[in-house]
Design a protein around this ligand. Sequence first.
Ligand code: 5AD
Ligand code: SF4
Length: 445
Amino acid sequence: MNVYDSERMAEALAGIGFAPVDAPDGADMVILNTCHIREKAAEKVYSELGRLRQLKQDKADAGGRMIVAVAGCVAQAEGEEIQRRAPMVDMVFGPQTYHRLPEMVARAERAAGVKLIDTDFPAEDKFDHLPSARGAKGVAAFLTVQEGCDKFCTFCVVPYTRGAEASRPVAAVLAEARALAAAGVREVTLLGQNVNAYHGDGPDGREWGLGRLARALAEIDGIARIRYTTSHPRDLDDDLIAAHRDVPELMPYLHLPVQSGSDRILDAMNRKHTADDYRRLVDRLRAARPDIALTSDFIVGFPGESDRDFADTLKLVGEIGYAGAFSFKYSPRPGTPAALSESQVPEAVKDERLAGLQQLLEAQQDAFNRATVGRALPVLIEKAGRKPGQLVGRSPYLQPVHLDGADLAADTPIGTLVECRIDELRRYSLFATPLAARQERRNVA
Ligand code: 5AD
Ligand code: SF4
């Protein structure tokens, strides 16, 4: 989401004469787009600001001015603390105010020394004001369809930093997707903190869910692949499961965080489902789309988590079999209910559990990658490889796939879907041979 938001900010600022540069040294403005999800992410902002202070000074010494801004969820949650700990920061603004960025920057430019803080949750719909993705680069793009979250998991800051759940209207999403497709994009990843809670107003006056949206997106000429992230198990409805069965463009690769395998902990987390609910959901997904692969997020050391609870997590992981996962030590976040719990788990126990869980998850990921060797899979070509004549693309499971052959490279534009046989796994990359007869011919403008 922050990658997408940063692109939108760059586009908004292009309108007032800014262009992106690769490094902060000497820049007229530096925006840190920040994440507040765990303490480590938030603390990074302050060390980064320490470094920027020197660059800002260097620029001032050379007679120039560098505007330093902090955006994103740390700005939203810690606006005043940022001002206190890093007084050289000129602007602090939260994720709900990006559409006001050009106006804010113009004000900051006019008045050196004035501090601008904007962490409102405006009543107006920010989706209405954001520039849509015009400058699409490459074959795969993000598309925000939903923002915020009403679930209030007891460990999570998102409902506080990103605000209430809101969906973009269907017409706006389809228009943006068409613009992306026209710019050569073939794969869209629909984004939202709770993306499958999507319930956008449809052109027919009814609310559309994510399944219906996916069906409409699949009709757009040029769109070959659709993904979405991140989902909540409670919002995976029958229609979305049916879409996984019916819509070939919907990739068989789903990030479906479960967080824990213990019902006691799931309840304390306010996840609103049990481990068995999750197992049944996975069974239904696999019945609908047998080649679907799953990834998840896990938290170890949530307050009150016992050895037995943790064993339940390992058991669930063993049963489901993941193609990949993110796992984290529980990090108490200010303002969230779980942070106040008196049964915090000692750091050493968290470390040990995380290591055990990651070992199992890595073995599963490795087994999944190995099992793709020998399979025939479509590969979406994204770019030229490092070796002459080499192409690099991605499998439906987001695995990087390398294809060799000068003839092939000359013949295969970026953005082509090539049916391949996967020959080999080297580290995290797959190597494949095209099954030429089934290669899709399509020129991408
Ligand atoms: N501590 C650790 N992990 C967290 N996550 C969210 N909040 C916390 C926290 N306080 C993890 C969850 C979520 C992912 C994006 O980050 O697993 O799914
Ligand atoms: Fe946070 Fe996701 Fe729970 Fe919402 S559903 S509160 S974003 S973990």
